[in-house]
Design a protein around this ligand. Sequence first.
Ligand code: NI
Length: 188
Amino acid sequence: MIYPIHVYGMPVLRKVAEDFAEDFEGLDELITDMYETMYQGDGIGLAAPQIGKSIRIIVVDGTRVDDDDEEQTELHDFKKVFINPHTVHEEGEEWEFNEGCLSIPNIREDVKRKSNLRLEYLDEDFNFFEEEFTGVKARILQHEVDHLNGILFTDRISPIRKRLLNAKLKAISKGNTDVKYKIRFPRK
Ligand code: NI
């Protein structure tokens, strides 16, 4: 089942999502649905709040990206489910990367983040991992973990840039954006 993507302005995107336990019902189906929904929007990462669920789960799939540059090639083994992910720490130099988000259609901005992410998480069988990520993998996960903490990439750009985007963000929150996937936006 493909879910509508909850876009900028939906309160669920601003909530801190909750951990959940192994007896969570319908997990396999949820994972399948999250992948399908993500593919529909041509995304490489999706967090549950983006489909209206305030729980800590992320799916990523970088295996379909074009390999026209090195940064992308490193993603070719990167298909993974992250359950109850939490940042242990971030370190290293900050670097800029042009980010986009299915919840903020047709907007891309350079965002500065640290190069290394240490993340603890469970896989879909609830095995515990603590793992260090770098490069674009770290970047994708930082963006998605932000979603679980109620943070959007537009929160991480300068106030001036943000002010310039204001009208576009407002339009998105009214459903006025040109996308080929289904979206859900706040009702007036
Ligand atoms: Ni996003």
